[in-house]
Design a protein around this ligand. Sequence first.
Ligand code: DHB
Ligand code: FE
Length: 279
Amino acid sequence: MAKIVGSITTSHVPAIGGAIAKGMQNDPYWKPFFDGFPPVRDWLARVKPDVVVLVYNDHGLNFFLDKMPTFAIGAAGEYRNADEGWGIPTVAPFRGDPELSWHLIEQLVAEEFDLTTCQEMVVDHAFTLPMALCWPDQKWPVRTVPVVVNTVQAPLPSAARCYKLGQALARAIASWPGDERVVVMGTGGLSHQLDGTRAGFINKDFDLKFMNSMVEDPAWATKYSITELVELSGTQGVELLNWMVARGTMPERVRKQHANYHLPISNTATGLMVLEPAA
Ligand code: DHB
Ligand code: FE
């Protein structure tokens, strides 16, 4: 049976790609952000995952507003990146794992999570940048399964629904007969708002409570409606739904392996957490 060895949740601001391309990791603006990642790499070197299930929101590269699945999952042998217009270099393709993808799809649909299945799929900055932060040589040593959550166009799935999707994903991974070691990533957040009269909105108090809840009280955010989460974290801060899916794949009791919080990077308060199942 495949085993979830831990989760990594992190922000995915496009400007990170520019900073990587220009080698600005030690620049005073960027250093407090990039300094969060060496401990993640040390942890990955120790847990040696075979597969990353990466939960994120697509920002218009693969899905647009005309066709917006609430949840989607990749079932391709390869996932390519493409230019989104941010002026950041595209990265090398990612290996998929179609057999594992189809197993997850069958299990999830049987559990009444009817995800849109994508046998062709391009992946955007919300997928590529967290991978590049974990493996800076960009020679991806893992197979990948992308899971996409609509955090973009109303109506969004509730935090409770996202948490339950994570729990169903965990059961589906556990029922895979292979002996793969799986890391689940959730990307996006934390508080930020890119548009409207509240553009630039950040809520440190809420972010720190949310990060604490990831360890102490994983269902905490499910008490909020989507409207309340947008009020508290911003129209794009609601990307924390991807963190809720990742957290749902972990047992109730977890150990915080590592965390970092730094603001601002571009318009965003950035958060990073590595969780392991409690022994
Ligand atoms: C920014 C943050 C995001 O999560 C995103 O997808 C795009 C831009 C930003 O802060 O610039
Ligand atoms: Fe985003």
